[in-house]
Design a protein around this ligand. Structure first.
Ligand code: AMP
Length: 341
């Protein structure tokens, strides 16, 4: 079993299960996400976009919206228009807790990818409205069953975490910028969640452990019982108290823009957990969740930004998970192995 940890006075995980069940019967289970809501400028070898809807919370919410009701928390500026909100609302994402800051500018990120799409360079990050943001969640957002702290300043993640005390599963993502400039806050934030989802290079950087299994063990000493290492086009690996599980990325012939792949993965992974409120949060369920995360991420990279996931159909997800199951399954036929003579 995972997700049944206790850190200081902060009781997490399955201690909340029974409360969650009664909410489920009332049909009120939801996912809350805080993270960046952004405009991205992105160049890849296959094209560019000067300003497209992006942000960690956006990509997460679109992917997770296939599994459960998602409430997004975060600020946007005056430049964030109805068309941007419509992308989210068209997928049923609840945008009531998106704060519109008068006179403010939306978070902006500019990145460029070379031929190795695993390797991207950040050219500009403008926090804008996030610099002054103080999250005050509505009761409905606080009442979530599952919480995702998407990549954003770790103190903001902690403020949101402290307001969602009933959540039965809390996952957190971050990135190298926050390891560089806010490491202590990030470590504190990680200590308050059940699951850490991070790029493998960032896991190594954060723990100063070159070996992934040891890095995960270190993280698990800090609190989270589930550690997921995202490995870009190589897939993702998960370590829980019950063991190790890994999946390759879905083999695609055309990848256009990897921006948001990690958040889409998290949306599929966390969304699958949210969709199973009555099942034990064990290694088996989390392994299946990895498959849904992998499927969502694979669609995300097929086009720029949110373009592909915004018009994705549920059947396409089911289909891709089935294909993934097919290509990762094998039946061993033992062979007689030679001993040294
Ligand atoms: P990923 O899933 O890692 O590709 O996330 C891509 C998204 O992260 C983009 O849409 C960016 O807007 C967002 N992003 C980039 N840098 C930051 C940052 N420092 N904090 C929060 N979000 C960011």
């Amino acid at each position: 079993m995972v997700g049944c940890t206790r850190a200081g006075n902060d009781v997490r995980g399955c201690a909340w299960r029974s409360a969650g069940r009664s909410l489920l019967s009332a049909g009120l289970m939801t996912i809350t996400v805080v993270g960046s809501i952004a405009f991205d400028a992105v160049r890849t070898p296959f094209g560019e976009r000067e300003r497209m809807l992006g942000g960690s919370a956006t990509h997460f919410a679109l992917a997770a919206s296939f599994f459960d009701e998602v409430r997004m928390v975060g600020p946007v500026g005056e430049d964030f228009g109805e068309a941007d909100l419509a992308v989210l609302r068209d997928r049923g994402v609840i945008t009531d807790d998106i704060e519109h800051v008068p006179g403010g500018k939306t978070f902006f990120w500019r990145g460029v990818y070379g031929w190795d799409l695993n390797d991207r360079e950040t050219l500009d990050t403008q926090l804008n409205v996030f610099a002054q943001f103080e999250p005050k969640l509505s009761e409905a957002s606080q009442d979530c069953d599952v919480l995702f702290l998407a990549n954003i300043q770790p103190d903001l993640q902690r403020q949101v975490r402290s307001q969602c005390r009933r959540a039965r599963f809390v996952a957190l993502d971050s990135m190298n910028l926050w390891i560089d400039v806010a490491r202590d806050s990030l470590v504190a934030a990680i200590g308050e969640v059940d699951c850490l989802i991070l790029n493998d290079a960032e896991l190594r950087q954060l723990t100063e452990e070159p070996n992934l299994v040891r890095a995960a063990r270190r993280i698990r000493e800090w609190g989270p019982q589930v550690v997921v290492a995202k490995q870009g086009e190589y897939g993702a690996a998960m370590i829980t108290s019950e063991g190790f599980f890994a999946l390759p990325a879905f083999p695609l012939e055309t990848v256009i823009d990897p921006t948001g792949a990690g958040d889409s993965f998290a949306g599929g992974f966390v969304g699958y957990v949210a969709a199973h409120p009555d099942e034990p949060l064990d290694h088996g369920l989390l392994s299946r969740a990895m498959a849904y995360g992998t499927a969502l991420a694979s669609y995300n990279v097929e086009e720029f930004g949110t373009e592909r996931v915004a018009r994705l159909a549920p059947d396409e997800i089911t289909e891709r998970v089935a294909e993934l199951e097919q290509i990762t399954r094998f039946a061993d036929k033992p062979v007689t192995l030679r001993t040294a003579s």
